[in-house]
Design a protein around this ligand. Sequence first.
Ligand code: 5AD
Ligand code: SF4
Length: 349
Amino acid sequence: TDFTAALTRAGKSENLPREDLITLLGADADESKVLFRLADQVRLKYMGNGVHFRGIIEFSNYCSKNCFYCGLRRDNAGLTRYRMEAGEIIAGAREAARLGCRTVVLQSGEDSFYSAEILAGIIFRIKKELDLAVTLSLGDRSKQDYALLREAGADRCLLKHETCDAGLFSDLRPGTSLEGRITRLKWLRELGYQVGSGNMVGLPGQTIETLAGDIILMRDLEVEMAGIGPFIPNKQTPLANASGGTLEMTLKTLAVARIAMPWAHLPSTTSAASIHPSGRVKALKSGANVIMPNMTPQRYRESYCIYPGKLGTADTPAQSYNRAVMAVKDAGRCISEGYGHSLRYQKKY
Ligand code: 5AD
Ligand code: SF4
């Protein structure tokens, strides 16, 4: 069959043509099992059995953008907004390090309250006082801002392209363009960041051709990280009545991403964990090698409501960490001891 032929080529080459990616993404239930197995083998060969823990601190849920899919959107008046103070963010990073994380991810909506100078101060202190790699996930900033944050010590930056369909991108993210996002990803590369992108699975109007395009875009950009998770409709957004992404389609996209980008760090996303009890473990068995336990103080968690049903909303950082440890054990894997820098950065690829 076409699937068997594409899978055979996938086992030999990572530069798979678009048609093969589309064929693999179209796998039926039985074919998917074989696809996941191959992705798991590729993951073992390139990344080993270690799972990298990236503790995430969601330090502000203010956002100046109005993305149609996201609960943090500016026009969502039904959300209690919060901002963590610098000292609180640093304390959160300290807790992440104490629990065993080697990376902290500082994430927020697009919140200009935190100037680049303020953020640089926080990053500088984390890098000086704690043994952590720092990843930023703050959305759009100026090139000067990204440069300052890099100088302050940030190692990595995440900026998901969300969808490679330029029309859909602008429809769902009013006032922004896919081109602008790709330009930023290139700036980040120039500035010496390890660069992460990613996309949602199951957006309205998306097809498997789009998902193949998402993977090709990230492969062409040689991103070192790719966050792939299901879209989960949120009642407090314009996409309230859309149907969301399935775990099955998410796992297929993850598996094909692993095969096409064997060097990339791929998280088992919180969103995948949130739509199915075994989503997290299944993702780890379908190509993922990263987990992002939530290190946000408990009292803010309910308010960082991007989508409903988010895993661990009632947990403390320690509970979230333990939950991630259990998923790693269930998947028969171990916790990585290293920082989990990109393979290229470590000159291993
Ligand atoms: N479902 C799943 N993921 C979402 N994101 C935003 N809204 C949703 C949703 N409804 C993801 C996007 C974005 C990050 C903040 O969360 O990929 O990059
Ligand atoms: Fe803001 Fe990001 Fe949500 Fe868009 S996806 S509304 S930029 S937090």
